[in-house]
Unconditional design. Sequence first.
Length: 611
Amino acid sequence: MCGIALIISGVRIDLSSLLLDTTIYSSLSEETANFLCSVDDIKVSLRRRGPDSLGSKSIFLHTDEEKTLQSSEEKDEPITQSLLINNSLSNNNSLGKALFIGATLQLRGQSPITQPLMDKSGNILVYNGEVFGGIELSSDSNDTEVLMNSLSECCNCLSHEHEGTCGNNKYSVPQLLSKIKGPWALIYWQEKSKTIWFGRDALGRRSLLVHWPSVKDSRFLLSSVSPPSAAIDELNFWEELPCGVYSMSMSASKMDENLVGEVKRHNWTEFLLEELINWNRTFVEPKPEDLTKLISSQRGNLHEEVLAALKESVRRRTIFSRIHLGKSPVAVLFSGGLDSMILAALLDQCLDPKFEIDLLNVSFDGESAPDRMSARAGVKELRKIAPLRRWNLVQIDAELSKLTSETKHVLSLINPSNTYMDLNIGIALWLAAGGDGYVSEEITETNNSKCQLAKYKSDSRILLVGSGADEQCAGYGRYRTKFRETSWGGLNEEMKLDMQRIWKRNLGRDDRCIADNGKEARFPFLDEDVIRILLDIPLWEITDLRQPSGVGDKKILREVARMLHLNEGAILPKRAIQFGSRIAQQSNRKNYGSNRAANQASAGSAFIHPI
């Protein structure tokens, strides 16, 4: 997990090709410029995501005697706020300036790196993500360095993304990025074409926020996270960047000698990605015989395929470096429910037995919270199927009324999300990812043994999260209502809608809250191959909402759990983290006086009042 940012000043931004507001702003002088967050604020927020190193590189954009656009790296001048908002820069007829910032959480490779990376040609990369396939990568390689080398070989083409190759058998940048399997967000300066490339993966598993220049702040900004200084009541300052690959080609205007950046969005070039984005399932409406036949060997094979794909997905996501290897390198966000039990059991199969596994569980109602009770039962079942593994159930207890400063901090992390539901989920995820709680330890006194709680802080840098399981396998309660009203076709459309907007409603927010603890969230259920396999299976094999809760919902995952010998975990009903941890209950009482009043006010979707 890393934190990345880009700050551009002195550039007129042309957004016409994106069909956005084409009003173009540029920073003219230090006196007239407006800005809501400083460079230092952004650096502090990014450093929490990437605690191992923090670096920056800045380039001036200027013209030579023939009025041709050139760039030069800033060498000796300190990075100051005035340089970033002042258009009348005296460095070689400077028209504008771009500052790249990268904070690194080192997980792969044999030696530390500091971002941004800059090659001998002047190309610059800041990268936040993982390469799990699509680009050749050895087990001891650093994926950021490999990606930088691959990008350096890309052609300068901006208009041939549909072709197999550009000139000289080279890929374009969109073609290369379309090949990556795994979560990513990046910012890349292509020196030869004077183009900034930026974007995030097709599913949006890594956060990247954008601020288009405006009267509020005349700079163009990209950042993994919003700094606290960008006030929560400044509506619409940050946006979740829609998934995709974008380019901003720089040119010097011949009319007024100003710098202009033309922004374009590029198409994905891999057919697999287009399939995943469209999320079209071939078999939706079952025939009567499909619903009455007994489980056949073919159906058993489907469960085996899903299990194999999930295991491979978890295996890919247990890749880590030995630079920062603790006793428990990979943890699980653990409610004891179906999804987290499957992930924990598969992690046991993929991780060297010498390592411990931390199961991170948060509760706002002590031992009485539903998620705490299911987590305690779940870890007992895991110890039965893997008795040689040390399982650490990390119990993280909290009271919302005592989290005043923490709540303000999480408000900045969820931004631009701004409902009480977002805040409740964000706080629960943030506390769980911190891993600061208690574990139960057995002590022996005069031939008697008993358990006591001991203080414990997880040192895991990788956190497996079950996001995507409910959207793909119909786990939410509202799916049952949709099925009753509109049958199979309506259910499929509702699931499709949720998968197409998961980047905006869930993943960016969750990434920001988890990464703030110096942890990397990995989502095995959102692996490209897992999604593809689930889409190839008829909907009635995925879920059967004619059956009771805990039986028909997420039917195929319940079968997978049984194949893993998780017989108790296979029958647990779905509970969202805000309800299972009972933070929603405390939030309702705090903000509305009671759960009843909160329900009447639709508290979950209500906008947050500024603190």
